[in-house]
Design a protein around this ligand. Sequence first.
Ligand SMILES: Cc1cc2nc3c(=O)[nH]c(=O)nc-3n(C[C@H](O)[C@H](O)[C@H](O)COP(=O)(O)O)c2cc1C
Length: 147
Amino acid sequence: MPKILILFYSRTGNTEKMAKAVAEGASTVQGIEVELVYHAPPETLSYYDAILVGAPTYHHDLTIDIKRLFEEAAEKGIKLEGKIGAAFGSYGWSGEAPRLVLEIMKSKFEMNVSEPQLLVKYTPDQAALEKCRELGKRVAERLIHTA
Ligand SMILES: Cc1cc2nc3c(=O)[nH]c(=O)nc-3n(C[C@H](O)[C@H](O)[C@H](O)COP(=O)(O)O)c2cc1C
């Protein structure tokens, strides 16, 4: 069964709300295993067919956990080539983090990224949560069709 990992970091809960909605959307598609986690050891990444990362922007950058995850995965030679990747996150004014995630996925890991990133200013409202659900559903449907 195709597997989706939704991995997020969130300090004040906004990206967490987005991540939960992405997982809800992905779970509406039959025949997909969806896992929502706050932390994943780098070795586990290769187990999934799609990796969706929820990354809030702090100081115009990714938070250290997400940076470290990708750095460790690269050091350990974890192969993610061809897997589907997507990124989303809450932000306040500049919102660089999800784009940085997509860059790493593309350039370092040769993943097949779904663009553009999904950005939500501060706390997601109902319309933003719906966009998150759509993102999860879209990736899940893409996996079903390529499985
Ligand atoms: C110390 C600090 C630094 C921040 N730096 C940025 C920034 O550089 N760019 C930006 O768009 N938002 C910035 N923000 C706003 C956060 O991205 C925003 O509050 C977001 O909703 C946090 O998501 P989270 O609740 O998932 O942690 C910053 C917030 C704090 C508290």
